[in-house]
Design a protein around this ligand. Sequence first.
Ligand SMILES: Nc1nc2c(c(=O)[nH]1)N=C([C@H](O)[C@H](O)COP(=O)(O)OP(=O)(O)OP(=O)(O)O)CN2
Ligand SMILES: [Zn+2]
Length: 150
Amino acid sequence: MRITRKLEFDAGHRIPDHASQCRHLHGHRYVLEVTLSGDVVRAHGEPANGMVMDFGEVKTIARRHVVDLWDHAFLAWREDTAVVAFLATLPGHKTVLLDTVPTAENLAIEAFRLLDPHYRDVFGNSLTLQRVRLYETPNCWADALREEMP
Ligand SMILES: Nc1nc2c(c(=O)[nH]1)N=C([C@H](O)[C@H](O)COP(=O)(O)OP(=O)(O)OP(=O)(O)O)CN2
Ligand SMILES: [Zn+2]
């Protein structure tokens, strides 16, 4: 069985080497989809009975480890030196430094990496993070799939 929880957040970014519009500082309302696989828990009296994982718990973990960190932040490639230096002049600015250019592909991979250790199988139902899908716009998204993760 697979279940998916969708969350949304707002963040700024730029793709410094892009040939067109995306080299400019701009933002998106990102949509993050977290897909888990596992057996349905069959345990009378347990709050998770009948579920792979409570959607509320899926959300809590995604917020704690990605969404709350990235929401209203500027997601910057640490080698984008001009932007990183500028953001450092803004007192208390919420900046997230990334090891890769903040494309939809790289953000999906990074979100998968951040979330994977936190979706733990506590009911013996083989709970596993399978996919992180990140929408950069309603028309553009990237999938980080477990079988393709480095
Ligand atoms: N493979 C990728 N291509 C592009 C990425 C990316 O992350 N991965 N990112 C961008 C830009 O950041 C941009 O935000 C996307 O812009 P655009 O292609 O204009 O997308 P829209 O949905 O706004 O397009 P419409 O045709 O206006 O709906 C570019 N490429
Ligand atoms: Zn963009």
